[in-house]
Design a protein around this ligand. Structure first.
Ligand SMILES: *[C@@H]1O[C@H](CO)[C@@H](O)[C@H](O)[C@H]1NC(C)=O
Ligand SMILES: *[C@@H]1O[C@H](CO)[C@@H](O)[C@H](O)[C@H]1NC(C)=O
Ligand SMILES: [Zn+2]
Ligand SMILES: [Zn+2]
Length: 298
């Protein structure tokens, strides 16, 4: 419900922007969904502060912490205690994003958390052990169990009522993956007959990962052989390199990497890095190609 309201607010602002574009140049700026962070400046281990549970949910969603948000038992005072598991999760987050490893919510960490990102987690199996992972794998990653396609010819389809102008940049992203791999992609019109199913949705769209919620991100993708690729239609997408919108080709290249079986990487210049900024354009990086080669052994 809260997410729905939030989405409506976004849509309303977006609408205003279109009407008054020349008067209010910045009104479309999407407010940071991580509002709780502003309340947590400087908190550290041992503190018991409102909103720490939101930080736990966020770190848990991204795979840095085990925190069961569904159980009623968890609704206790302990929820808002910044304990050693939160400190460890923050250290792991800071290591992944090349920040100073302080284990606290310092200014640079808060800035990083508010940067626009892919909605997929960075890790799938949070480390239960109390040992800090100093030897964390630094490069490309895969989904748990390394799911992948068993064929090289993949069909793709665009959902109905998707903007025409967004299709060519996504096809460009597919051709970029094709040029670096043995995969060949062909378009079909019926979504349910495609391997890779590309859609733009707003808010709730039936997969339990509504857009507009605080950890939903700009887009998300289901691992092979599912192949659903979802973009948040409420974001501003660009097909021609506009500076104040997300480049659909770049985010498409990233999400299609997930559709082929890649996870996130720590390499800033790789397309599988989780964070993307407005106007940013990336192509495939050596790390992306090494990852797909390692997964499919070609
Ligand atoms: C790390 O800490 C140093 C010293 O406080 C500071 O100058 C630098 O900007 C910090 N770097 C990051 C990435 O947080
Ligand atoms: C799309 O494919 C599904 C499954 O093959 C089929 O049931 C459906 O009728 C097709 N829809 C159209 C519009 O052709
Ligand atoms: Zn991603
Ligand atoms: Zn979705």
């Amino acid at each position: 419900m809260a997410s729905q309201v939030f989405t409506y607010i976004l849509l309303f602002h977006f609408h205003l922007y279109i009407i008054h574009a020349h008067q209010f140049k910045s009104i479309h700026k999407i407010p940071s969904p991580l509002k709780f962070l502003n309340q947590l400046s400087g908190v550290q281990k041992g503190d018991n502060v409102k909103y720490v549970s939101d930080l736990k949910k966020y770190l848990s969603y991204l795979g840095y912490l085990i925190y069961n948000t569904n159980s009623n038992e968890q609704r206790s005072e302990k929820d808002n205690i910044f304990d050693s598991s939160v400190e460890l999760a923050l250290k792991k987050y800071q290591k992944f994003y090349n920040l100073n490893i302080t284990g606290t919510l310092d200014a640079n960490t808060m800035v990083k958390m508010q940067e626009p990102r892919c909605g997929m987690p960075d890790f799938y199996r949070p480390d239960k052990s109390a040992v800090f992972p100093f030897h964390m794998i630094s490069y490309y990653s895969f989904f748990p169990g390394h799911p992948k396609w068993r064929k090289k010819k993949l069909k793709y389809a665009f959902n109905r009522n998707m903007k025409e102008e967004l299709k060519p940049p996504l096809e460009h992203a597919l051709s970029e993956w094709a040029s670096a791999t043995p995969f060949r992609f062909s378009r079909v019109s019926n979504l349910s007959q495609a391997d890779i199913k590309i859609s733009f949705f707003r808010g709730y769209h039936g997969d339990g990962q509504p857009f507009g919620s605080k950890d939903a991100g700009l887009a998300h993708t289901f691992a092979p052989p599912d192949g659903r690729v979802h973009f948040d239609a409420a974001q501003k997408w660009s097909s021609k390199g506009e500076k104040d919108a997300y480049d659909v080709q770049t985010v498409g290249l990233h999400e299609l990497g997930h559709a082929l079986g890649l996870g996130h990487t720590r390499i800033l210049k790789a397309v599988m890095y989780p964070i993307v900024h407005e106007g940013e354009r990336k192509g495939l990086h050596e790390d992306d190609i090494n990852g797909i080669k390692a997964l499919y052994k070609f």
